[in-house]
Design a protein around this ligand. Structure first.
Ligand code: PGA
Length: 258
């Protein structure tokens, strides 16, 4: 049986108020309740998580964090631990997003991301590991870059643990633009094959096909059908279009059909 597609909404640091957040979430809830063939994860800023976890949600709608600390607990002002998310009932967490790996921002290393993956697995929270090159070059150096991200973020995990991880391929240059500047579905397919093959080699044969891979980077209504069809992904990580329920709803309908 074909696995369900997974659509993850990454709200980043939006919207600006709880009132607005509640209104977007309640529209998304209605949209998701009509779906049968796909699961949806909404990842709002931490402060809104509990509001949404307390509401009565459709079975195929889950909540996720956008990050966790690489430490368990203690004197880490401003951080949020994996066990705290677990205690609220959060089922997913985005880890290693490029905005957190940003050298001019939080500058998270693969080593930190590896610790975070382990902590999320320990707490039964599904990690969504983001990888992706900042830029492309003709010599293919970006492929080595992605291999390294995968290698050091996943190192030490058992095969069983790896199967709990969802990989999101997000080329950084394609994030936050319009579908016209996103990656072509054929190039996405190539990268999906590359990632499956590399992770398959890393963990031993036989699992390359079971690895769920999402694509993120300017997924909009206009390109989502082609990305699913030609890109051969298991779903999307959607940023800006996930904050506009009418548009997000169209993406969900596409994920449902394909
Ligand atoms: P975008 O964001 O859809 O706005 O490009 C995707 C992401 O950064 O996860």
């Amino acid at each position: 049986m074909k696995k369900k597609n997974l659509v993850v909404a990454n709200w980043k640091m939006n919207p600006e108020s709880a009132v607005e957040a509640k209104s977007i979430f309640s529209s998304i809830k209605k949209l998701v309740s009509k779906l049968k063939g796909s699961d949806v994860v909404v990842c709002p800023p931490f402060v809104f998580l509990d509001l949404f976890l307390k509401s009565k949600n459709p079975k195929n709608l889950f909540l996720g964090g956008q990050n966790i600390s690489s430490e368990r607990k203690g004197p880490f002002t401003g951080e949020v631990g994996a066990s705290m998310l677990k205690s609220l009932g959060t089922k997913f967490v985005i880890l290693g997003h490029s905005e957190r790996r940003n050298p001019n921002g939080p500058n998270e290393s693969d080593e930190m991301i590896n610790k975070k993956i382990r902590l999320s697995l320990e707490n039964k929270i599904t990690p969504i590991l983001c990888v992706g090159e900042r830029e492309r070059d003709k010599d293919g150096t970006y492929l080595e870059f992605i291999k390294n991200q995968l290698k050091w973020s996943l190192i030490g995990l058992s095969k069983k643990e790896l199967l709990e991880v969802i990989i999101a391929y997000e080329p950084v240059w394609a994030i936050g633009k319009s579908y016209k500047e996103s990656m072509s579905p054929t190039d996405i397919h190539e990268m999906v094959l590359f990632i499956r093959k590399y992770v398959g080699e890393m963990f031993g044969n036989g699992l390359d096909h079971s690895l769920p891979i999402l694509y993120g980077g300017s997924v909009e209504v206009e390109n989502s059908y082609q990305i699913l069809k030609i890109g051969n992904v298991n779903g999307f990580l959607v940023g800006h279009d996930s904050l506009v329920p009418a548009r997000f709803g169209e993406i969900l309908k596409i994920a449902e059909k394909k």
